[in-house]
Design a protein around this ligand. Sequence first.
Ligand code: ATP
Ligand code: MG
Length: 357
Amino acid sequence: MDAPATAPDTAPKQTFKPLVFSGVQPTGNLHLGNYLGAIVKFVDLQNTHDCIYCVVDMHAITVWQEPAELTRAIREVTAAFIACGIDPKKHIVFNQSQVAEHAELAWVFNCVARLGWLNRMTQFKEKAGKDRENASVGLYAYPSLMAADILVYRATHVPVGEDQKQHLELARDIAQKFNNDYAGTIREKGFGEAFFPLPEPLIQGPATRVMSLRDGSKKMSKSDPSDQSRIALTDDADAIALKIRRAKTDPDPLPHDEKALEARPEADNLVGIYAALAGHSKAQVLKDFGGAQFSTFKPALADLLVAKLSPITAEMRRLKDDTGYIDSVLADGSARAQVLAAETMKAVKDIVGFVRR
Ligand code: ATP
Ligand code: MG
């Protein structure tokens, strides 16, 4: 009898040093989705891992950005990272365009990734919209640069919102194909079985996909034309209360059972936001608010939002104006990141067969 079939073990045999990498685009005002889906996780991971957090300005220009506004937004995202509790001394905070190795590795990955893989990316389809012929080449190749962002540090863990899951899977496919295509020189040059780790997405908790306050079927996004669709990290208490009061809901009271939220996307979204902010599960929130009308729940949610966000907003405002300090954080972070990235690029050049100095 044949031996029982087992799935081929394709994961690299190598163990890689645990390292966290993630990025946020300076494309507008940061919102609650970015905070709960990504930045809160960035902060937590600092206690257990070495972390690299990047303001991905090269991704931002895949769609048009006014230069002065881009500069402002790069500093604002940096200020938000620090205001939320990221320590730029213990970890690394920088902007992508200051480390040229990201673009260099992205080119190699453009030659590893297949057109068919990129054609499946839903973010490109959504962002390009109907006028696909007129989208930038950069918007199409975005996932390849994102793979390079992560893998130029050979990072192993990537905290992101649910919307980035598909891009993370593509990064794993690129890493895997590079490891396979160049297996011979990877071994010859002394890098063992695999040069790149397969980076793992970290997508956990009750707010991995915060939805628009106006439409429970669309994610909260910086690029949504309606300011009412999102809570910005710069919103004051009055703006937060008003946006929550106006948030779309249905007429029923909150259910007692989490299962009943499945058919009620707007209610589910608000409960998820409350749970994430309070550090509870959705079930726990429904224990407290099951049976309550939105006229009771919404003010409680607005109060919790203000309590959690207002210290961050105040600190962001203070830091944002100190451009000397912010720029020095980015310069210092870039210098430290570049040392690591340059090491990887040297190895990649040897593995690919480029001649180098
Ligand atoms: P854009 O519309 O310009 O793409 P964005 O709001 O999607 O902006 P990004 O900079 O692309 O923001 O994403 C930064 C991080 O925030 C990513 O990890 C992403 O997954 C996460 N994120 C973005 N929107 C949400 C959301 N609505 N809920 C949870 N996480 C989110
Ligand atoms: Mg996005």
